[in-house]
Design a protein around this ligand. Structure first.
Ligand code: ADP
Ligand code: MG
Length: 202
């Protein structure tokens, strides 16, 4: 079962990975965007960590909705409302249960990813965070042992954005010149998914 502590560990681990990879995220965003994705994500996840510390929400749903609100209010770029929606919608799906199964989490995250697609109007193949998030959710199964497979699926999805032409977001303004670069948001999504396996107690 996954409790509030698990979700706190997940978001803390995601923030640590974002800190470690911030320069890379910004470098990717400098090729096809405006070179702020690393700092956007760092600012957002620092606010998430501070809010979780201060308010210590007691259920998985409350952890995720609080984190989502922080991302929406602190990240200026397109990614803030999109990741904020992902976490808020996932949290809302989990309701006020004290613990959830990995299968319930997978279903909630699937709804969260669908909400991102709806908000941003993007689908798989548009060279966005969805190209990592959708395969990750599909790889999630009944147990926490599926988290490693979700990480691999997200990493493959992020790599697969290299030959794509961007059809949404700032990178789409570049047209064909967006081809040949990995999408920054798909790359940060792969980090967030990778953090799931790190949050499982060994
Ligand atoms: P901005 O583009 O406003 O500077 P960021 O640099 O923080 O914001 O985030 C850029 C990332 O956001 C992109 O790499 C892409 O993955 C994601 N993104 C942008 N627009 C959309 C959209 N409509 N749907 C899904 N993801 C999107
Ligand atoms: Mg940017």
């Amino acid at each position: 079962m996954l409790d509030a502590d698990f979700f706190r560990r997940w978001l803390t681990a995601a923030g640590d990975l974002v800190d470690r990879e911030a320069d890379r995220l910004t470098e990717l965003d400098s090729a096809i965007g405006d070179a702020d994705h690393g700092s956007n994500m760092q600012r957002g996840f620092a606010a998430v960590a501070a809010a979780l510390e201060k308010e210590s929400p007691g259920t998985p749903g409350a952890v995720l909705t609080l984190a989502g609100r922080q991302l929406i209010s602190t990240v200026g770029g397109a990614s803030g409302p999109l990741y904020g929606t992902l976490l808020r919608r996932t949290g809302k799906e989990l309701g006020d249960a004290a613990e959830v199964t990995p299968a319930q989490f997978a279903d909630a995250l699937r709804a969260g990813v669908a909400a991102v697609a709806q908000l941003g109007g993007a689908t798989a193949g548009d060279k966005t965070m969805l190209d990592a998030l959708e395969p990750a959710v599909e790889a999630l199964g009944e147990g926490v042992d599926s988290f490693a497979g979700a990480r691999e699926a997200a990493e493959r999805g992020a790599l697969a954005t290299v030959p794509m032409q961007a059809r949404k977001g700032r990178a789409s303004y570049l047209g064909e010149r967006s081809i040949g670069h990995q999408d920054p948001g798909a790359t940060s999504s792969a980090l967030i998914v990778a953090a799931l396996a790190q949050a499982v107690p060994s």
